[in-house]
Write a protein of this length. Structure first.
Length: 327
C-alpha cells in the first residue's frame, strides 16, 4: 500500500535541503500540513509566511515530542545535522546533534507511529570503499565524524525498521548544488560557492585540488528523490537505509569549464584546504545507484550542463532581486 503523508514535520527546515523541500512538500500536501522546524532564529521569512514554523532543538526530546503530538505528525523528514567540515572542527557537537537528534526522532516515531526520512551521504563511505561505481552494498569504514554519524544513522534506522517496524527510509546524497540557501560547512560546498563568485567576481579560489572528482546533484533532483522515495509502496523496497543516489560526477576544473561557456572570462585558481581535501579523497567519485533505479524508479533530470545553465540563470535572478552586484 502506498504510504499517505498527511501531517509532515521537517527538521533542519532552514538549511540547504530544507529550504527547498518545505515549499515542495507544501505545494503537494497543503501549506498547513507541513510544519517547518528550524534551530535558527529569526527563521527564514518565506518558511514562516508560507505555513507553520516552529523553533526546535532536535537534541531536546520533550520539545520534539510536544511538536509531534501538537501537530499530529505522521511523517518526519529529519534534516537537522552538522555537515562534514564543521563536524571535523566540532566532533563532539556533531555527535550530539547528528546522533542524539536522530535517536530522538526515531524514538518519537516509534512512540507516535511516524515514518522517517533520514538523509545519508557519500560521507558514509571511507578510504577502503571502491571509489568508482561504488556498490550499494560495500565496505563502509568512514574516517570522519560526519561519516561515522551517517553510517551509524543508517544502521540505527534499519534497526528501528526491523526491530520496531518504524517505516525508516534514506538516501545517500552526493554533494548538493542549489541557489536558495547556502550549505552549512561541507566538503562539496565549493560547487555552490563557485557560482556566487563566478557571477559576482568572475573568479574563484577553490579549496579542493584540480582533479578531485566527486558525485554531485542539483537540488530539484534531490528534493524530488526524497519525496518519491517516501511515496513508494514499501513492498517494493529491499533496501531502506540508505540508497546510493547520483546525477553527475565532475572535478572542479570541469565545472569551471561549464561555467566559462556562460561567463567567458571566469577563472578558477586553487588553494587547497588539507582537511577538506582529505575528506574528499575518502569519498566516492561515482556511486552505482541501480538499486534506487530498480526499487523505486529513480532517474535524475539534471546533468552537469543543464544544472550549470539553470544555476547561473536562477542565482543571477536571485542576487539581482536582493540588490546585490552581478557582473
Ligand atoms: N555535502 C556534504 C558535505 O560536504 C556531504 O554529504 O558535508
Amino acid at each position: 500500500m502506498v504510504p499517505v503523508m498527511k501531517r509532515i514535520l521537517v527538521t533542519g527546515a532552514t538549511g540547504q535541503i530544507g529550504s527547498e523541500l518545505v515549499p515542495a512538500l507544501r505545494e503537494k500536501y497543503g501549506r498547513d500540513n507541513v510544519i517547518a522546524a528550524g534551530h535558527r532564529s529569526p527563521p527564514h521569512k518565506a518558511l514562516v509566511e508560507d505555513g507553520p514554523y516552529t523553533t526546535l532543538d532536535v537534541t531536546e526530546y520533550t520539545s520534539l515530542e510536544n511538536i509531534v503530538r501538537k501537530f499530529q505528525i505522521d511523517t518526519i523528514f529529519h534534516l537537522a545535522a552538522l555537515l562534514s567540515a564543521v563536524a571535523e572542527e566540532k566532533p563532539q557537537t556533531a555527535w550530539e546533534v547528528n546522533m542524539q537528534g536522530l535517536y530522538n526522532v526515531l524514538e518519537v516515531s516509534r512512540e507516535n507511529n511516524c515514518a522517517v526520512f533520514s538523509p545519508s551521504s557519500i560521507g558514509a563511505f571511507g578510504p577502503g570503499t571502491p571509489r568508482d561505481n561504488t556498490p550499494q552494498d560495500t565496505i563502509q569504514r568512514p574516517n570522519t565524524m560526519y561519516g561515522i554519524c551517517k553510517l551509524s544513522g543508517e544502521l540505527l534506522c534499519d534497526y528501528y525498521f526491523t526491530r520496531f517496524g518504524v517505516d525508516t527510509r534514506g538516501l545517500r546524497y552526493p554533494g548538493l548544488i542549489s541557489y536558495q540557501a547556502l550549505p552549512g560547512g561541507g566538503t562539496t560546498d565549493y560547487a555552490v560557492e563557485i557560482f556566487y563568485r563566478a557571477i559576482q567576481e568572475k573568479k574563484y579560489v577553490c579549496f579542493l585540488q584540480k582533479g578531485t572528482v566527486l558525485d554531485m546533484m542539483y537540488m530539484p533532483d534531490a528534493v524530488r528523490a526524497a519525496i518519491e522515495l517516501m511515496e513508494t509502496d514499501p513492498s517494493q523496497l529491499k533496501h531502506r537505509n540508505a540508497f546510493n543516489l547520483t546525477a553527475m560526477s565532475f572535478a572542479p576544473e570541469e565545472l569551471a569549464a561549464q561555467i566559462q561557456k556562460h561567463i567567458a572570462d571566469f577563472s578558477i585558481s586553487y588553494q587547497v584546504d588539507p582537511v577538506r581535501q582529505s575528506i574528499a579523497d575518502s569519498w566516492p567519485r561515482h556511486m552505482d545507484d541501480r538499486a534506487a533505479q530498480h526499487e523505486w524508479g529513480w532517474q535524475p533530470h539534471y546533468n552537469l550542463e543543464e544544472m550549470t545553465k539553470d544555476m547561473i540563470k536562477r542565482l543571477s535572478q536571485k542576487l539581482r532581486a536582493e540588490g546585490q552586484n552581478v557582473t
